[in-house]
Design a protein around this ligand. Structure first.
Ligand code: SF4
Ligand code: MG
Length: 339
């Protein structure tokens, strides 16, 4: 299958008076056409920063992509001019967010906003663009699309706003859709509908989805492959089956064991993960060695001294844990090379 995106040793750092936070520190992965890749981890692990880096939407200052490559169909997005990147963004690669109000403009109607995408990326005149806008609004199953098209974001329900944002993101049949916690703010029943919709549209457009979530249920339902991030780094990669059946990294196992509990606020009624014991470390002050060691039930001496790298190159089941790879001093030399 066609390789759409190749992220290679991506580094995105934030500079402040407290020092440098390596929000993304050497992240590598591939995304193929037609697949849904899940990106999981607790908040602050670098999932959103990874996504925003791919979109080249990191606010600078304080953020900066300081290294690596992001190859889209072989072209390094990090080397493109702002103008060329603008043409790709919203056209070939688009993104939807947890809170539609952050990407929908409250003072324009839904149709006006989707219309813009066609005017900017397809050079359509206003009338043709409006027709196309209503078409995509229909495609995401917003009822009475002609009427809803003329409404403002605040007039729609949360689920409908999310559909409108998906419509805007998919307007130009992008190759890649990046979805950052797109269902987190929605009721469970609406969540399922939105996931269904995204999967159907992905099939129709033969696109790829990078699905960012902390919800392993969403991953199980949507993703063929999974990346697990912790403290700015990928700590495990595998097929969804490998990750669920045979998680290699203690952090992944922790995520699996985190039992969903009903949110404390009764009005919320939303499931949330029971946290893994211990706290997410500050990116300004990461533990020495394996960043997970203070929380790891399986930590041993070496973990506190040396940071394990990923055990293999992207594309296979791999992990960054001393339990999943040879330790220094244990590495066997090849007999044929021995003197
Ligand atoms: Fe735990 Fe050590 Fe593996 Fe880190 S390297 S996850 S501390 S066992
Ligand atoms: Mg986030």
């Amino acid at each position: 299958t066609e390789l759409l995106l190749e992220v290679d040793n991506l580094q995105t750092h934030f500079f402040s008076f407290d020092g440098v936070a390596k929000a993304v520190d050497g992240v590598s992965f591939n995304l193929k056409r037609g697949e849904t890749l899940g990106l999981v981890g607790e908040s602050g692990c670098g999932k959103s920063v990874t996504a925003l880096s791919i979109m080249r939407l990191i606010q600078s200052p304080p953020g900066k992509i300081t290294g690596g490559r992001i190859l889209f169909n072989g072209t390094d997005l990090l080397k493109l001019s702002n103008e060329k990147m603008r043409r790709i963004r919203g056209d070939r690669i688009s993104m939807i967010f947890q809170e539609p109000m952050t990407s929908l403009n409250p003072v324009y109607t839904i149709a006006d906003q989707i219309k813009e995408v066609f005017v900017n990326h397809r050079n359509l005149d206003k009338k043709a663009a409006f027709k196309k806008a209503v078409e995509v609004i229909r495609k995401v199953h917003i009822p009475s699309p002609d009427k809803r098209a003329e409404e403002y974001p605040h007039q729609l329900s949360g689920g409908m706003r999310q559909r409108a944002m998906i419509a805007m993101a998919l307007a130009c049949n992008p190759d890649i859709l990046i979805a950052d916690e797109p269902t987190t703010a929605l009721d469970v029943s609406i969540q399922a509908q939105i996931i269904d919709l995204m999967l159907k549209l992905k099939e129709e457009f033969n696109a790829a989805i990078l699905m960012i979530t902390h919800d392993l249920g969403v991953i199980a339902e949507m993703a063929q492959r999974v990346l697990v991030m912790y403290a700015g780094r990928v700590v495990e990669e595998g097929t969804t089956q490998e990750i669920f059946d045979n998680p290699l990294h203690p952090y992944t196992r922790g995520l699996m064991n985190a039992v969903p509990v009903i949110g404390r606020r009764a009005t919320e009624g939303r499931k949330r993960l029971q946290e893994i014991p211990g706290v997410v470390p500050s990116l300004f002050d990461l533990p020495k060695g394996c960043a997970f060691h203070p929380r790891c039930p399986e930590a041993f001496d070496l973990c506190r001294k040396m940071r394990p790298d990923m055990s293999a190159e992207p594309g296979v089941h791999r992990a960054a844990c001393w339990l999943a790879q040879p330790r220094p001093g244990e590495i066997q030399s090849c007999p044929a090379e021995a003197p």
